[in-house]
Ligand binder design. Structure first.
Ligand code: ADP
Ligand code: MG
Length: 741
């Protein structure tokens, strides 16, 4: 058994001191072990070469074989680009570069056979491949049979001829030395139970997989291992936290809960709701602080779970509070909960920024005396001036707008920390990242309450007049039948972006900060446009403009419209929502923030203008505003995206599925992995960059189960020396990763 970690990279054939020093500096690779853990960022299926005449603009990365007929440089300044006309005898594709023009013209020759690899797009009938990878057809032998690995390299590496191919060659040399298996880091029990590939085999296959199935297995094993380490570390933090904060013990489920269950609960709980409530009861009875994340698709009934958890707190003599990201939502929760608790003698109060003066004072006093049992609010609730007599449980709805600091400030409110339940419908990157960074346990509401009809979703090109007219006609019929319709626009008026909506869009884009709101909308995705295309894009629709337009339509004759934007004050907001519910104004034209989370049962249609400019998860959220009352519901996504664009394909995803997890996954895929984990992780040498946060949630869960089991048995890993070493290695290589908690 030889020790890879002690073998210096410079002695590997073809490396030497100079290249070794570049590898040290650029990738932190010192030993053969380090190299082996430098994983490819993509694989090219070299087993198939496509023909140009097959290309239809919807293909992923493909490879072509042919020759360059000639070069052409067009455009000026930043628009300057090099085009190589490439042919394989079945058609012509334009290879396009915006950088390195001189270098490229010198490097590639006309009438020589090349393999070109890239993602083709079709524009005005011409096939383009931007910044393709090009190889000499004769040189491409390393892995002609299966999937060829591609490795990230830096500019400095390339200057030392350390490109992806060079790394591949080095890797091949190391992998050939793996005839003796490396020491296994996971126990055989774990390997067997989770059907994991042995370490050595996994390392071989992560670099040179013979087929996609073996690659998948290798990735699974390596992801599992890393997540297992991550979880081991997180659990250590969690332990530490438990030492710092004791949790209140909610011993009984008492009269309040039982009365509610027997008398007030308007429907049967779903199986998922029951299961989650059990998980919560177990947590709050354990003597440790609950830190639980409740993920559930739009409409899965999280509010009820929250309320029933709060009732358990009340039964044990504690107060509970629930916070929402917006006043509208807080208002709504307040109304919902008051209605649900009708006839029960429980003082519930609403505290938001706009509750002022005497009213506010009375609530604050009520909180101190313990007279107020449930407080519903917005961020205002966590202001320093708000003190409880015995706050036992905090529920945070739609977590993605609440930062970690805010969670912490809640903990600081008492010597014993209240139990914490965080709820979200959007498994966006930050939330998902908490599964590693945070010490949150996760519950899933995997089931929608019965009797709900699926929402039918239609993409409507705005330019298609007859279809638009048909849609408006259909909505009119629904309104005449007593239903309601939302119309959503991204702007308030010609001058103002919907700041909150933009915020939501930037939240959807994960690691990016909000910046200017105009930019935030476009930044939700890299639309793959250059400046010229961006400038030509039509301005976003506004509430002001659309209201005017709809009012003039014959379909809406005699209908009263309401508008609602982030600019309206709270009294106006409540009034508008009330009039919408009651049907005085059955069509509500609004910006996005207004609509997120609201629950009006009679609303059966939602029209979303500029749908192609929103994030997928956000569209899914918006769509979830309808279909709550048991009627057939429709979501109409109005788009100006060209039929053949990524934006159009994103809308197809929304049209094609109602599964929030699938949508979040697609969302991440459209945005790419780099965005998901942020720089600290994707830049690291660990395989976590391979992780797809949504798809891999199952691995995270499995790894967590195993880590929990192990920490319970052997908290300091005294009996798991091999593993302890691996964890230590991992922790060292990922310092930023683990300390950013
Ligand atoms: P979300 O998970 O999106 O926050 P809500 O809590 O707003 O969902 O619930 C959506 C709707 O489903 C509400 O109108 C609520 O009253 C209803 N609901 C919740 N639980 C059930 C259930 N078990 N059976 C039927 N309807 C339910
Ligand atoms: Mg909700």
């Amino acid at each position: 058994m030889f020790d890879l970690a002690s073998r210096d990279i410079k002695y590997l054939s073809g490396v030497g001191p100079q290249r070794a020093s570049v590898l040290n500096k650029e990738l932190n690779i010192y030993s053969l072990h380090d190299l082996l853990y430098y994983f490819p960022y993509k694989y090219v299926d070299r087993s198939r070469i496509y023909y140009i005449h097959e290309i239809d603009g919807t293909m992923p990365y493909i490879q072509l074989k042919g020759e360059i007929l000639g070069f052409e440089t067009i455009g000026e300044g930043r628009q300057r680009r090099l085009i190589a006309h490439f042919s394989d005898g079945t058609g012509i594709a334009d290879l396009v570069w915006f950088q390195g023009i001189k270098f490229l013209v010198g490097k590639y020759k006309v009438h020589q056979e090349y393999i070109v690899f890239g993602k083709p797009s079709v524009f005005n009938g011409r096939i383009n491949i931007a910044h393709p990878d090009i190889d000499n057809a004769s040189e491409l032998k390393l892995s002609t049979m299966g999937l060829q690995p591609y490795y990230n390299t830096t500019e400095k590496m390339k200057r030392s001829s350390l490109n992806s191919h060079a790394i591949e060659k080095m890797m091949s040399a190391v992998v050939q030395q793996l005839h003796e298996p490396l020491p296994e880091t996971l126990s055989s029990a774990i390997l067997t139970e989770h059907h994991l590939m042995p370490l050595t085999e996994a390392l071989r296959n992560i670099h040179f997989p013979a087929n996609p199935e073996l690659l998948r297995k290798a990735q699974y094993r390596l992801k599992f291992e890393e997540l297992f380490y991550v979880q081991l570390n997180i659990l250590r933090y969690a332990k530490d936290r438990q030492r710092k904060y004791r949790g209140y013990v909610f011993e009984t489920v008492g009269e309040i809960f039982n009365t509610f269950y027997a008398k007030n609960l308007p429907f049967e709980l779903t199986g998922a709701q029951k299961r989650v409530l059990k998980e919560i009861r177990r947590d709050v009875g354990s003597g440790k602080q609950m830190n639980r994340l409740l993920q559930g698709d739009v409409g899965s009934g999280k509010t009820l779970v929250a309320l029933m958890s709060m009732l358990i707190a009340l039964d044990n003599g504690y107060q509970a509070c629930m916070m929402a990201p917006t006043e509208i939502l807080a208002n709504q929760h307040f109304e919902t909960i008051r209605e649900l608790l009708y006839g029960m003698d429980i003082r519930v109060e609403l505290l938001t920024g706009s509750v002022k003066g005497k009213k506010r004072e009375a609530i604050l006093i009520g909180l101190l005396t313990g007279d107020v049992r449930i407080l519903i609010g917005t961020h205002a609730v966590i202001e320093d001036t708000v003190n409880f007599s015995s706050l036992g449980l905090v529920v945070i709805d739609e977590q993605h707008r609440f930062g970690v600091e805010q969670r912490e400030s809640l903990n600081a409110k008492g010597s014993t920390a209240p139990h914490l339940l965080v709820m979200t419908a959007t498994p966006i990157p930050r939330t998902a990242a908490m599964t590693w960074f945070g010490d949150l346990d996760i519950s899933w509401l995997t089931e929608l309450p019965g009797g709900r009809k699926p929402i039918r979703t239609f993409v409507v090109p705005e330019a298609n007049g007859p279809l638009m007219a048909e849609m408006f006609g259909l909505i009119r019929k629904r309104i005449d039948a007593g239903e309601r319709a939302y119309v959503v626009c991204p702007r308030i008026d010609a001058d103002a972006e919907d700041a909150d909506g933009a915020l939501a869009a930037s939240a959807a884009s994960g690691s990016k900060t909000a910046g200017s709101s105009a930019a935030a909308f476009d930044d939700a995705y890299d639309l793959g446009e250059d400046d010229e295309q961006r400038a030509q894009r039509p301005p976003l629709h506004s509430v002001a403009e659309i209201v005017e337009r709809l009012q003039s339509l014959p379909q809406f004759k005699g209908i009263r419209f309401a508008t609602l934007t982030g600019r309206d004050d709270d009294t106006t907001k409540s009034q508008v929502m009330a009039d919408f519910e009651s049907g005085i104004t059955p069509i509500l034209v609004a910006t996005t923030v207004i609509v997120v989370g609201v629950d009006v049962a009679k609303a059966s249609c939602i029209v979303i203008f500029d749908a192609d400019r929103y994030g997928l998860s956000q569209l899914h959220q918006l769509r979830g505003r309808v279909g709550r009352g048991g009627t057939d519901s429709g979501a109409f996504l109005i788009s100006r995206a060209p039929a053949d664009s990524d934006a159009a394909r994103r809308l197809d995803v929304i049209q094609g599925t109602l599964d929030g997890a699938e949508i979040a996954q697609a969302d991440l895929e459209f945005r790419g992995a780099g965005d998901v984990l942020g720089d600290a992780q994707s830049g690291g040498k660990s395989g976590l960059k391979l992780l797809r946060v949504v798809k891999d949630v199952k691995i995270i869960e499995h790894a967590r189960v195993e880590a929990t089991r192990l920490v319970a048995q052997d908290p300091d890993l005294l009996e798991h020396v091999q593993l302890a070493g691996a964890v230590l290695d991992f922790t060292r290589g990922n310092e930023t990763f683990l300390t950013s908690n």
